[in-house]
Design a protein around this ligand. Sequence first.
Ligand code: F3S
Length: 646
Amino acid sequence: MGKTLTAKILAAHLVSGSLVPGTEIGIGIDQTLTQDSTGTMAYLQFEAMDVPRVRTRLSVAYVDHNTLQCGFENADDHRYIETVAAKHGVVFSRPGNGICHQVHLERFGRPGWTLLGSDSHTPTGGGLGMLAIGAGGLDVAVAMAGGAYYLTMPKVCRVELVGKLPPWVAAKDVILELLRRLTVKGGVGRIFEYGGPGAATLSVPERATITNMGAELGATTSIFPSDEATRAFLAAQQRGCEWVPLAADPDAVYDETVTIDLGRLEPLVAAPHSPDNVVPVNEAAGTRLDQVAIGSCTNSSFSDLYKVAKILEGKRVDPGVSLVIAPGSRQVLGMLADCGALGVLIRAGARILECACGPCIGMGQAPRSGGVSLRTFNRNFPGRSGTPDAGVYLASPEVAAASALTGMITDPRHLGAPPAVVGDDAAGRNAGDNLFVFPPANGNGLAVVRGPNIKPFPRAAKPPAELAAAVVLKAGDNVTTDDIMPSHAGLLPYRSNIPHLADFCFSGLDASFPARAKAAGGGIIVAGLNYGQGSSREHAALVPLYLGIKAVIAKSFARIHRANLINFGILPLLFADPADYDALAAGETLTFAGLTDQIAAGAALAARTADGRTVSLKLEVTPREREVILAGGLLNLAGKGGGVHA
Ligand code: F3S
């Protein structure tokens, strides 16, 4: 029986387990990436393992999220990351060099290699034929120390692409179509492996747009084959020697198959407030806009922005709209400047932002109260833009550019003939790499600089033998990591300062939560389906840990957040009977008799309420995860000298 591309890469990196869906596997990691908002904590954790030098083939620390320096805090974080990177052999990408995923695709991604990143859009690398997975910072720290990454073997879903994209229809519409069909939960426990004749018609940046937003499906990752398009992209990066052909065997067997006829797609938009709230652009057409934002790790390649320039050429942005553009990398910005497209964008009225995440993470350009923003980004959850009551639409660069001209959501097909596409592999490259700092061969003797914003992080203790704790919060379905630990501009500078962040935990859902949790000395959170969806931010586990949260009881968990809870010693418990969710009230106390014995004994746990009801629970973990929980978190197993649980 032939093998999928996923199985080939996993088999080449397998450390433990076998490739049976639903079972735990451990894989070796070739490369890691961090960004600054998760990176400070990842490096603090790496330091705690006392490993002198990273043991990956390559590790890169990007600074792209939090590049506004309005106080000392960000600068402290950046200096810490730069110095800890130099000491331990990590490449440092300075602020302004670009968004981690775009830069990594350009300069470091390699077909067939594994990449673990402390950012949920790490699967962007799948556009280049990498197996690229987003994880919590501690998992990335363990990988840097040479440890394996453990995951539940996903199902492999073939996405068969046939046909060719019609004019004005973009790669963004491919992934929006998949989100429309499958929803934000449709990719959970799956790897999407793209193939078919339609895949060959897409460039690497187009593929990367699709694999990037596989994260919004909840997928473990997404991957394209490595073919002639991949070779052309790498050659343009002066990295042609790193190309290898990779594809599934013709007779590969998949767990599931989805077919998309590219030729039948039309321009789509995701309406507020979820990436799967997808409608044809015509259904939203005419919606007045305050802002159009183009960029993010989803759509900020040279070819994306060149297309935008061609659409805007010789025209003016509608005066009622603020058009902001954040190129994905300094290389993209340089190429736009070299070919004249940057001047076209400026003359049309665009505001050019730094090559960084910027508005995607609410770092500048928050819309006005009640405003409407159309963005080429990947997320439109309430508050993500920095304005709680803003309405954010997601769309392709083509729809964004057409809409910027009219001031309202506009079907770009009304503009006539589409602009000629210039691929990222066609124009001259500007790969100066002058905002990278490559580490010295030996970091011994180098000092790590820790400003006052770098605070110690909380360490979990082993679970108590007996536990009686109150339900300090009852939340609904689809709680995001943003809900748990908001990341707006006012808080981003404090990613290395957990005590400060703790006062804002769940502040959007229940502002009294931190005080209540502190007064109770911790407690239990109860939630509905898909708890912890969204970004990989481990602060959504670390901060509750700091507040003393012992367990989250939910109907289901998002993959990365579940792993983060386990890594930090918080029990991720499932309701055996979802009806118990309705019966449990905030403030009730749950008592777990013989908690550690129950954890050690197996999957079934039971708690009792004060009025004597029994709540049946499940702890669905692997033997390794059970060991981590009983140890009080992964760091307690990652001993001195990098004795990581591998
Ligand atoms: Fe940055 Fe937004 Fe991507 S925060 S990494 S551009 S999802």
